[in-house]
Design a protein around this ligand. Structure first.
Ligand code: GLA
Length: 688
């Protein structure tokens, strides 16, 4: 288990470094990410290099038995780069420059930036590639974090080249973008600009390519550095830190180029869905590289500095959040940062070693955590533990949130709601693009999969044909990979699987329709046609966003709208297809409806929770034979679980978990005839 933090000794005088290593050892630290923002210290001017300080620091860490995740230091170019090479600066959509003075002020597609960054990486690699302390390479930092898009001239030129490579001919591009519309037909690639400030909507197909290009430019920067490291003989794992569901970078496309997935996660203490959202993020990053443990590269020991309000963590929360990562596949727990900064924008951000020193609750909690993690037995790699797939797709995210649609969709929020109904049932869930849905799963849920590539449609169809249960909708299977309608209307790919014909979207009024304020919203809700209630068994639920008009061709109607414009038409359908079933939901259900629908498909598919009957606020996750149970609540609970305590070896039975308490248990999957591979044999958890 890796345990450590970002280490920025370049912010401190040399006298502090010995104390750092001594205290790191005391805290159980065995690895640090070194020098992520040290470019100006390593190369204070063009042609001037200073590695002496870095040699000293690495030497001290090595002597102390602390391994180094050596940063390539390319995330914040020094002042001389911006002053001498203004072409490295990025631009906003009006073409105005972003200026230096913060960090990440580089245009990812700038050849000059890449040349200068590449030179730095080459020097670092050649000097340290064989150093015994260097255990891993940390490329850049949170690519794209602050600057979601760059509209500079460097981007313009690179975009034209990228489009040329993608389409070959400008005719192919015109067809893919549908440029007959609004006189947008191009004669040459060099007539194309980034989607800079325009009077009205940009061509949506071009926006999709622009998003792909933006993700690719960031990835190219990573790959450029990776190739330099490999050329210098690096044999250590190479990675960069992801940010969970981060819209600008398609991490599913990046993952094959990472030796290990690293992720930064800062749950917001004020978010009522903090546990659900963090679980989603951890499941997402685990699913990017099945079978390979990931690293939590950054979390905060306590408060952050960058939200408008920054409360700290309540006692025990750090350990509980950490266990959520371990239980969901992490083999490394690291923080931003080791020693709290004395100056700069992040001087209020917590660290392992706070300003107030070692006589603090923070220090006690990080040393306790280090000791506990250090004593854990070797953990199995996260495998195919989930029988449920939540379909989540970056290209769809980009396309479904484009403007000029029937309704405004917040794709991530929607996916989190569907995920929440699975998480609250204690189910293990993988989060994957449609192409990755295979017969390793029993149930797949695809919310608002508006853009459905041919390959994705084929794999979902195969999945159901082979016996899987698919729940789709609403706003699914509407356009192809160019954001164009296919001929034949909508649900052209999944229609046969779902057994329905789709007629219209039935957009409902949104929260801003007809003015703002509570009165306006109430008036809207009661306005004719904007209500979408439906009944599922005994459950009275309401839909929002859309009440789509679908016709059952072969499907059974499970629930119908009882009022509003869609009254009488199906809200939920179910259809036997091949050896499996396709379900369709024609609206975005409220929490009660969502829970009832997810309950129905869970039952139909036979998937089982990791641990049955857990009290509210208690979650469990499986990685191989390890089951991690966490009590996120404020009251003590009693959990009854078959297995042994992975920390003490003691047999388990009724176990008391205090508030924020964590139990790591060995509880192998039932190898008997049960068709429920995610259930713990005979395990029942009961509330206190
Ligand atoms: C990000 C960055 C770090 C630091 C932290 C603060 O994760 O990678 O350099 O700024 O945020 O939370």
């Amino acid at each position: 288990m890796l345990y450590g933090a970002d280490y920025n000794p370049d912010q401190w005088p040399e006298e502090v470094w010995d104390e750092d290593v001594r205290l790191m050892r005391e805290a159980g630290v065995n690895v640090v990410s070194l020098g992520i923002f040290a470019w100006s210290r390593i190369q204070p001017a063009e042609g001037v290099w200073d590695f002496a300080w870095l040699d000293t620091v690495i030497g001290k860490l090595h002597a102390g038995g602390i391994r180094v995740n050596l940063a390539t230091a390319t995330a914040s170019p020094p002042p001389w780069v911006s002053a001498q090479y203004p072409e490295t600066l990025p631009a906003d959509e009006s073409g105005a420059s972003y200026w230096p003075g913060s960090r990440q002020h580089f245009a990812p597609s700038s050849p000059t930036y890449r040349r200068l960054a590449g030179e730095l990486v080459r020097r670092l690699a050649e000097r340290y590639v064989d150093h015994p302390a260097v255990a891993m390479w940390h490329v850049g930092n949170e690519f794209g974090c602050h600057l979601w898009m760059d509209f500079s001239d460097a981007a313009r030129d690179a975009y034209r080249d990228w489009l040329g490579r993608r389409y070959g001919t400008v005719e192919a591009l015109n067809a893919a973008w549908g440029t007959s519309f609004w006189s947008q037909r191009y004669a040459r690639f060099d007539e194309i600009f980034p989607p800079r400030l325009a009077p009205y909507s940009h061509n949506p197909s071009s926006m999709l390519d622009w998003r792909r290009f933006t993700s690719d430019m960031l990835l190219e920067c990573y790959l450029m550095e990776r190739e330099i490291l490999l050329a210098a003989g690096a044999t250590q794992p190479i990675t960069t830190n992801f940010m969970g569901p981060f819209k600008p970078a398609d991490y599913a496309a990046w993952a094959p180029h990472m030796d290990v997935i690293a992720d930064d996660c800062y749950p917001d203490p004020t978010n009522p869905h903090r546990i659900r959202d963090a679980a989603f993020q951890r499941d997402l990053v685990r699913s990017l590289k099945p079978g390979v443990p990931w690293i939590l590269m950054e979390q905060a020991t306590d408060a952050v500095n960058w939200r408008p309000w920054n409360p700290g963590k309540r006692p025990g929360v750090l350990a509980a959040e950490t266990a959520q990562s371990v239980g969901r596949g992490a083999d490394g727990i690291m923080f931003f940062q080791w020693r709290q900064s004395r100056a700069g924008s992040e001087k209020f951000h917590s660290a392992m070693l706070p300003h107030a020193g070692t006589g603090t609750a923070t220090w006690r909690s990080v040393t306790d955590l280090g000791e506990r993690l250090g004593a854990l037995p070797e953990l199995p790699p996260p495998g195919r533990d989930a029988r449920v797939a939540l379909v989540f797709d970056w290209e769809n995210w980009w396309a479904v949130e484009e403007r000029d649609h029937p309704v405004e969709i917040d794709y991530l929020a929607l996916c989190l709601e569907w995920y929440g109904a699975l998480h609250s049932r204690g189910l293990m869930v993988d989060i994957v693009p449609p192409e990755k849905v295979d017969d390793g799963y029993d149930l797949a849920i695809a919310p608002a999969l508006y853009l459905l590539r041919d390959e994705g449609a084929a794999s979902l169809t195969r999945f159901v044909g082979d016996g899987g249960t698919l729940l789709a909708g609403p706003f699914t299977d509407i356009v192809d990979g160019h954001d164009q309608f296919r001929s034949g209307g909508f649900l052209t790919q999944l229609g046969p699987v779902l057994g329905v014909r789709f007629e219209d979207f039935g957009a409902l009024g949104g929260p801003t329709t007809g003015g703002t304020g509570v009165g306006a919203q109430a008036a809207r809700a009661s306005a004719d046609g904007d209500r979408a209630p439906f009944r599922l068994g005994h459950v009275e639920a309401t839909g929002s966003l859309v009440a789509e008009l679908v016709h059952p061709v072969e499907a059974d109607v499970v629930a119908s709208f009882t009022d509003g414009r869609a009254a009488g038409s199906p809200a939920v359908t179910r259809h036997a297809f091949g050896a499996g079933e396709g379900w369709y939901v024609a609206t975005m259900p409220d929490p009660v409806g969502l829970d009832a629908i997810v309950g129905a498909v869970v039952e139909a598919s036979g998937v089982r929770p990791v641990v049955a009957n857990l009290p509210a606020g208690v979650e469990a996750a499986r990685r191989g034979d390890l089951v991690t149970v966490i009590n996120h609540g404020d009251d003590e609970v009693v959990v009854t679980l078959a297995g042994t305590d992975a920390e003490t070896g003691a047999p388990l039975g009724r176990t008391t978990l205090p508030a924020q308490g964590v139990l790591f248990a060995w509880a192998p999957i039932d190898s008997g005839p049960s068709p429920m591979p995610t259930s713990v044999d005979d395990s029942v958890a009961t509330p206190a």
